[in-house]
Structures are given as C-alpha cells and as structure tokens.
Write a new protein. Structure first.
Length: 405
C-alpha cells in the first residue's frame, strides 16, 4: 500500500504536508467545542456564535481557489507561511472579542482564512507537483490522514484545556501550535521528487478555469462536494450541542470528534489506495450512500454514549476521505498544473454547503429546540450526492499489461 512513497524524498514531502494539515485541520475541526463555554463567558448567544463559525466555513472555502492560484503562480511557500501566521493571529485575538462582529472577523475570517490557505488545495497541489505520478494517490491519502489525525489529537486535548485553563487559554494554545508548524513549510517546499517538466506546463490559468466550469463532470463533482461540506460542518459545529440535548457529558462530544478523526485516518489511507484500483466516482458514490444509511441508523437508535461512538466511527471512515478521490478526478480531468486552483474551487462549493450546515443548524436549534429537521435534510442530501457522482465521465483505471509467464 505504501510502496510508492517509501523513497526518503517522497516520504519527506508527504509527511511535511500531512503535518501542516494536522494542525490546520485539527484546529478548525475543534471550534465547535468552544460554542458552549464561549456563550457562557460572553453571553453572545448560540445563534451569533454559530453565524461566526458559519462565516468561517464559507471563508475557509472561499480562500482555497485564491490561495491555490497564488501558489500555482508564485509557489506554495509564501502562501503556507502567511496561512499559519494568519491562523495564529485569529486564534490569539478571539479571547479579546466582546461582540458578534469582532468574533466574525477573528474566528470567522482570520482563523478560517489561515486554516483554509494552509489546507487541502495548496498542500495536495504542492505535493502533486513534487511527487512522481505513481506516488500521488497514496500520498494524497496520507496527507488527508494527517488532517484526521489532527482532529483525533486536538479534540480531546482542547476539551481538557478548556476544562483546566478555560476556553481563552485553549485558543492561545492553538495559536502557538500554528506557529510551531512553520518549520514544516521548508520541508515541503524545499525539495522535489518529481521531474521538473510537466506535460501540462503550457496550460494557462483562466482558459483552464473557463473550460472546467463548462465541464459537466466537474460541475457534478461540485454538487456532491457541496453536500459533503453541509454534512461535515453541521456535525463538527453542532454535535456537542446534540450530545448536550441528550443529557450526556461534554466528554462524549469531544471523544466522538476524536473517534471521527481516528477512523478517518484509516478511511483516508484506504481511499488513497482505492484510487489506483477503482474509478474515483464510484468510491465517492459509495461514501455518500453510506452516510445516508448511517444517519438513518442513528435516528432509530437510543441516544447513549456507545451510540455516538459507533456513529462517529462509521461516519469517520468517510469523513474527509472524500478528498483524495475528488482531487484525483480533478487531476484526471485537467492535469496537475493548476490542481491547487481547480481543486480549490471544488472546496469552495464544499464550504458553501458548510456555511449552510453550520448556520442552519444554529437556526434550527434556536427555533425548534432540537436538530431533527437538520438530520433529515442531511440524510436526503447524502443520498442525492451519491447519485450525482455516477454520471461523471471518468477514464477507466489504467492497469499494467499482464506479463507473459
């Protein structure tokens, strides 16, 4: 499974990208843990805080194609350094905020812009341009697993920090973690394990974007990824609130998020390996269909700790494992020259869904007192996402010719 990335230079690039994603995604995916203590401390209200996080979901997606285009033009190093510094600034400023507008700027814009610019589009694009073709699928799975490992580590750790030193201290700890990640940028961008010339090096950015936006398969990919964003943002933002409604302790929510991250490590690695064996559109369709079934199962089960842990493990296996096959389809359709930009645009669609998932979740709980309607909407969208991936026109997997006996 890992044979293609065993070379030291390939492994160094892959692990550096995974390490950066571990911090940027681990931070971002843990923001939901701060809603209750922040509300208690500031009195801003769950709807106001949810709106700030919803703005963050959109900002995280909106910065992806911009950061990707800058990285494609000037290289990923300045983008990643700026991303980590901005993430640290946003987290450091948040404890000083006393109103909804300020929270939207610090947490919804700065922290989210930093975590977005240092996320999938730039990291996978940078790695793909530096790795040989045969290593890209497995490497994308390992990089994606780094983000999941960050969620596994950060969620319970931050919950402990919130309980021991308060939510403000936990925010400052996240800022320090972002700064500590800066040395990995040099490890990722300072070497290349792939030939310098790429077959698609004569492409131009705007003609490529225009062609992509006219491509039905690319647009269907956007539609499915929109649902993925809705689903993930709703859960990562409001799962702690759902657990609280059931009268269970906050530790159940933090461990559920950690289990999601742990399960997605294996799911991401498996997805990366499957890219070389199956068409990515079928991998995505299976993932989205499994989510619809898992939500239906959850709605039928009693709300106990083990229900949440099993639900988290099932969802976690596909949580962000959609990223490697989605990036693979973009790369197959348009090459790697502007992969950071074009994959960034799909992540923008993802986060438009994320904005709605986080914001509508806050509105639903405020108006109806529970998340019932959100679960039904999430289940229907997941089923729809499974269907829209099937018509994507993706080339068959190229298999090596059989050797004569």
């Amino acid at each position: 499974m890992f044979r293609s990335i065993r070379r030291p230079d390939v492994l160094a690039i892959t692990l550096a990208a995974a390490g950066i994603l571990m911090v940027t995604m681990g931070t971002r995916q843990s923001f939901g843990l701060f809603i209750s203590p922040m509300n208690t401390s500031t009195g801003l209200g769950i709807t106001t805080i949810s709106l700030a996080l919803a703005i963050g979901q959109f900002t995280w997606g909106a910065i992806q194609p911009i950061a990707g285009a800058v990285a494609d033009r000037y290289g990923p190093r300045p983008v990643l350094i700026g991303a980590l510094l901005t993430l640290a600034l946003g987290c450091a400023l948040t404890p000083f905020i006393e109103n909804g507008f300020g929270l939207a700027i610090a947490l919804g814009v700065l922290a989210s812009m930093g975590s977005g610019a240092g996320s999938f589009s730039v990291l996978i694009g940078a790695a793909a341009q530096r790795l040989p073709l045969e290593a890209r699928g497995t490497a994308s799975g390992v990089i994606n697993a780094g983000g999941s490992f960050g969620q596994f580590i950060f969620a319970p750790l931050l919950q402990k920090l919130i309980q021991s030193i308060g939510w403000m201290g936990a925010m400052w700890a996240m800022a320090l973690a972002a700064l500590a990640t800066l040395p990995l940028v040099g490890k990722l961008t300072g070497q290349s394990a792939a030939p310098a010339h790429h077959a698609d090096s004569d492409q131009r950015l705007w003609p490529t974007i225009i062609a992509a936006m006219k491509n039905p398969s690319y647009l269907l990919l956007h539609a499915g990824f929109f649902t993925c964003g809705f689903h993930i943002a709703f859960l990562v933002t409001h799962l702690p609130g759902e657990v609280n409604l059931c009268g269970l302790p906050p530790s159940v929510a933090s461990w559920s998020l950690a289990i999601i991250g742990l399960a997605n490590i294996f799911g991401s690695l498996y997805a990366g390996a499957c890219i070389g064996r199956y068409r990515s559109k079928y991998i995505l369709a299976a993932m989205y269909a499994s989510r619809a079934l898992l939500i239906a199962w959850y709605l039928l089960m009693p709300r106990t700790e083990w229900t949440y842990y099993l639900f988290a493990a099932g969802l976690g296996f596909t949580w962000l494992a959609t990223v490697p096959p989605t990036a693979a389809i973009v790369g197959k359709l348009f090459g790697t020259r502007f992969l950071a930009t074009l994959f960034g645009l799909t992540l923008l669609s993802h986060q438009i869904g994320g904005f709605l998932g986080a914001w509508l979740g806050g509105i639903t709980i405020s108006r109806f007192g529970d998340f019932g309607w959100m679960w039904y909407a999430d289940m229907a969208l997941a089923a729809g996402a499974a269907l829209v991936n099937l018509p994507i026109k993706e080339a068959p997997i190229a298999r090596p010719a059989a050797q004569p006996a």
